[in-house]
Structures are given as C-alpha cells and as structure tokens.
Design a protein around this ligand. Structure first.
Ligand code: URA
Length: 242
C-alpha cells in the first residue's frame, strides 16, 4: 500500500494532512524519514512513527479499554468526559465505511461503571456482538448497598420483571463473592440492566465492574484508563463469542 494511503487508513487525518506529514519528514519507517507519498510498503506487521509517536498498522482496529468511572461511552457526552478521549486521536479518526469515524464501543457501560470495554471499527463485529440475538454472556462484579440474601440470589437467576417489559429477565449465573458482592452473568444488554435487576430484588448497586465479555477477560495488568490492541487469540475468542 502507498505510504499516503497507509497514513490515511490509520486515522492520521485527511489525505491532505497525511501528504503534509510525509512531506514534512514526520513519518519514519525502519529509522528513516519517508518523504515519498507513493512509496509502497507491505502493511502486514508494519511499524512506523508519526511525529515521533510509534504506531502499528492494523487493517481493522480491535482493542480493549479498562474503563474508569466518570467517563461516558458516547462521542457526544453530556456531563462527563468521553471514553474516546482516553484513546489516541488516530483511533478516533480512522475512516470507516459508515458515517461515524473511528472505533466504537461494543456494548456501552454507564458513566459510573468500570471495566472491560471492547472497541472496534469492524462494523460486522460490532453488529454481531452488540446484537441481542447473539446472547454474548457478560460477567459483572456487583457491589451492593446491603447484604445480599439467598432469596435475592435465587430471584436474580429465576428472573425479575423490569418496568419496561412484562417478560422477566434472568441472570444466566449469579454467585455471591462475599456479603456485599455478587458475580452476575447476563446474556442481554438492556438499559441499566444490572442496576434495575438488583433494585427489583430489593437491593441497590453501589459499584459495578464488567470483568468479562464472552471468553475475553479484563487482564489484571491493564490499568484503569488504559487500552491495548486485542491479541490474535483474544480477537479469535471475541469472534467466537457470537
Ligand atoms: N448494567 C448496568 O446497570 N449498567 C452498566 O453499565 C452495565 C450493565
């Protein structure tokens, strides 16, 4: 692929911006400034730097973010900063086939929820994983305001009625971690589902953390507010979960 196309495809601005970066000797590959926009490179495994920042070519972007509390999963947040502000600009600006550029979060979390977010610019994966039809299990660690009773645990598994739908929703699994903490597995993604289910059994969510989506677990070495590319194995696991 031509160097100018490589930069454009990775989100380094308009075609004009990319041409300017190349002309200004801001793009390095293998230790040399590359000033010919038409020079062709093999993209597989290509590493380069732009304005001194290293970058790895990815034909499609698949990443995970350890979401901190206090961020909204929206490009146009109302009250809190956007989770997308935690990502480097090229990931927000990558051209896509849709009207929205950049990676999108697959399955939003509330502003005050922490934990695993998967983001991608692969429209098919976003559609498949976000679709309620595919029932991708999501594991949440829930801290409650009051001690959790056996009756509450069994009600959550048997199903509770939420106010927007007469059909009961049930957790796929629910286990008590300790007196005030539950591990809850859900296969739907209704609005505020965990908080509403826990409220429906007479308790209250004080803190909520997503630990797992499908077979993909939030790694313990990814600090809050940090992101990284999915490994090939993690991507395969994410693809299989739907
Ligand atoms: N359920 C909720 O109530 N909030 C979340 O952020 C995710 C699931």
């Amino acid at each position: 692929m031509k160097l100018s196309q490589i930069l454009f495809s990775q989100g380094f601005g308009t075609r004009r911006n990319c041409a300017d970066l190349i002309a200004a000797s801001q793009v390095f590959i293998d230790g040399s400034a590359r000033t010919n926009p038409d020079q062709v490179f093999v993209t597989e495994g290509l590493q380069f730097s732009v304005r001194g920042e290293p970058w790895a070519f990815h034909a499609a972007a698949y990443l995970m973010l350890n979401k901190p509390a206090g961020f909204e999963c929206s490009h146009k947040p109302k009250h809190w900063p956007s989770v997308y502000s935690l990502l480097p600009a090229p990931l927000r600006d990558r051209p896509t086939k849709t009207a929205v550029s950049g990676v999108q979060a697959i399955g939003r979390l509330d502003q005050d929820t922490t934990g695993l977010l998967i983001l991608s610019d692969d429209g098919q994966l976003i559609h498949r994983m976000a679709s309620p039809k595919h029932h991708v299990p999501k594991v949440y660690e829930v801290t409650t305001a009051r001690a959790i009773t056996d009756a509450q645990v069994s009600e959550l598994v048997q199903g509770v009625v939420l106010n927007d739908d007469p059909a009961p929703v049930a957790a796929k699994a629910c286990e008590r971690i300790d007196a005030l903490r539950l591990r809850l597995t859900l296969t739907e993604g209704k609005y505020h589902q965990v908080k509403r289910m826990v409220a429906a059994v007479g308790n209250h969510v004080d803190a909520l953390h997503r630990a797992q989506i499908g077979s993909l677990k939030l790694p313990t070495d990814l600090p809050e507010g940090h992101w990284r590319w999915l490994s090939a194995d993690e991507l395969a696991a994410a693809m299989q979960s739907n």
